[in-house]
Design a protein around this ligand. Structure first.
Ligand code: SAH
Ligand code: SF4
Ligand code: F3S
Length: 440
């Protein structure tokens, strides 16, 4: 067989990373070897993200750095920028040979063959998502302690700022059988924690051949029955799909971790309305209150957009108030980025960039302070449940694990079994991580 090598880079969310793993495994099945080095790969795959302008631009600067002296290198631009920009990409950069949307990456080997035969640029941005899941190649390699499984893709919600409904298409729920099969296979190969993924993961809705309807709660219950599974998480949830059944499940299913990522975006009712989020601040607070009622030790994290068109200082203050109320323990916050084709791109925006940066700094400082205070509350205490994920490569006396709240925990130890849940004495911390030793 011909010697073929590839290099793949992910630019996006967890689903983008999951897709990259699948692409890598499809290519390996086709005889390609994964090389970590872009300079000596025959095939370079850029798995792109279009969520903010910066992410979308990054890929073009990376392509610019690839020297393509002859025709021996093939460059494939796949993922959400591919979907959004389509054949425009060939005009923007003549080095790109193949453009492939996120729902049809299983076609990549075939497209490469055709491209190599005809030397004609190839493109596919069809939404053939069910085919993609049929195609997902079962790889047999050992897996990490924590693994993603996509259960749902796409979005019908059309928030005014967001490209996802355009890049990932309409909501689609994967069959329960293929989710269970993949989860089992991951657990058999070493995974202890399954993270169920979806752009609107809690909108999951699948009817099987016996007409049994599975929502996310029923699916989580099924996954939690699998032998040897220790932890389940799911992300990303939309507040409007947090029904009471799912909220209560946090109180009853012990495998489900007491940590939920529930993006709110803004704490101002005016802005939420303009964003088309379809909930208000009180409704959001009610969900977090109910979660805390049914699972008193649950913690919430979130996403925020600062400087959405028309956001006033008062609106921003309301976001700070909400942060104070919920006390989010770990969050992502971004300055609003105008995306072509979205509704918000048509709203005039008068807030100067510097003002937006200032607001972002204030918000991030507040979030960081809360996170630090939370992490400090673990100092000089023993926590019982750190799932050990791996051993540090650079310093073998350190192991890396995660708490139930997904806090990174660095453990100084001579020996620990990867995949075990162990008690740790926390000695120090910063706002991001905890540090400690095994508690005997
Ligand atoms: N489905 C999830 C979010 C997916 S996108 C939800 O509804 O919450 C991930 C995050 O990127 C969003 O939560 C949002 O905070 C951010 N984001 C999306 N579009 C953006 C834009 N145009 N500018 C800045 N941030 C954006
Ligand atoms: Fe984007 Fe809104 Fe859909 Fe989330 S719910 S993916 S923010 S459109
Ligand atoms: Fe980016 Fe697409 Fe994910 S736009 S955030 S890679 S769904």
């Amino acid at each position: 067989m011909e010697n073929k090598s590839f290099f793949i880079k992910s630019y996006g969310c967890q689903m983008n990373e999951y897709d990259s793993e699948k692409i890598a495994s499809i290519l390996q099945k086709d005889g390609y070897m994964n090389t970590g080095d872009v300079s000596n790969a025959d095939l370079i795959v850029f798995n792109t993200c279009n969520i903010r302008e910066k992410a979308a631009q990054k890929v073009y600067s990376d392509i610019g750095r690839v020297t393509k002296k002859d025709d021996s290198k093939t460059i494939a631009l796949v993922g959400c920028v591919a979907q959004a920009e389509n054949d425009e990409i060939f005009r923007k950069n003549k080095n790109v040979d193949i453009v492939l949307g996120p729902q049809s990456y299983h076609l990549l080997p075939k497209m490469i063959d055709v491209y190599k035969k005809n030397k004609e640029k190839k493109i596919n941005t069809e939404f053939i998502i069910n085919e993609k899941f049929d195609f997902v190649h079962e790889d047999k390699s050992p897996k990490g302690v924590s693994s993603y499984v996509t259960i749902q893709e796409g979005c019908d919600k059309f928030c005014a700022f967001c490209v996802v409904p355009f890049t990932r298409g309409p909501e689609y729920s994967r069959s329960i059988k293929s989710i269970i099969d993949e989860s089992k296979s991951l657990i058999d190969r070493g995974s202890k924690e399954i993270v169920l993924l979806g752009q609107n993961v809690n909108a999951y809705n699948y009817k099987d051949e016996k007409n049994i309807v599975y929502n996310i709660s029923k699916l989580i219950d099924e996954v939690s029955k699998l032998d040897n599974i220790k932890r389940i998480r799911y992300t990303t949830s939309h507040p409007n799909n947090m029904d009471l059944e799912l909220i209560k499940l946090h109180g009853s299913n012990e495998k489900l971790m007491p940590f939920l990522h529930l993006p709110v975006q803004s704490g101002s009712n005016e802005i939420l309305k303009k964003m088309n989020r379809k909930y208000n601040v009180d409704e959001y607070k009610k969900i977090t209150d109910q979660l805390k009622f049914y699972k008193p030790n649950i913690e919430i994290s979130s996403d925020f957009i600062v400087g959405f068109p028309g956001e006033t200082n008062n609106d921003f203050e309301s976001t700070l108030d909400l942060v104070e109320y919920v006390k989010f323990k770990q969050s992502y916050s971004f300055i609003y980025s105008e995306r072509p084709g979205t509704k918000a791109a048509k709203i005039s925006d008068h807030t100067p960039k510097d003002e937006k940066k200032l607001r972002l700094n204030v918000l991030q400082k507040k979030l960081e302070d809360i996170q630090l205070e939370f992490n400090k509350s673990f100092c000089n205490k023993n926590i019982t449940n750190v799932l050990i994920e791996n051993q540090s490569q650079s310093n073998p006396e350190y192991f890396f694990g995660r708490s139930i709240y997904s806090q990174p925990v660095y453990v100084r130890a001579k020996r620990v079994s990867i995949g075990d849940v162990i008690p740790i004495s926390i000695e120090t911390c910063n706002h991001k991580s905890l540090y400690g030793t095994i508690f005997h």
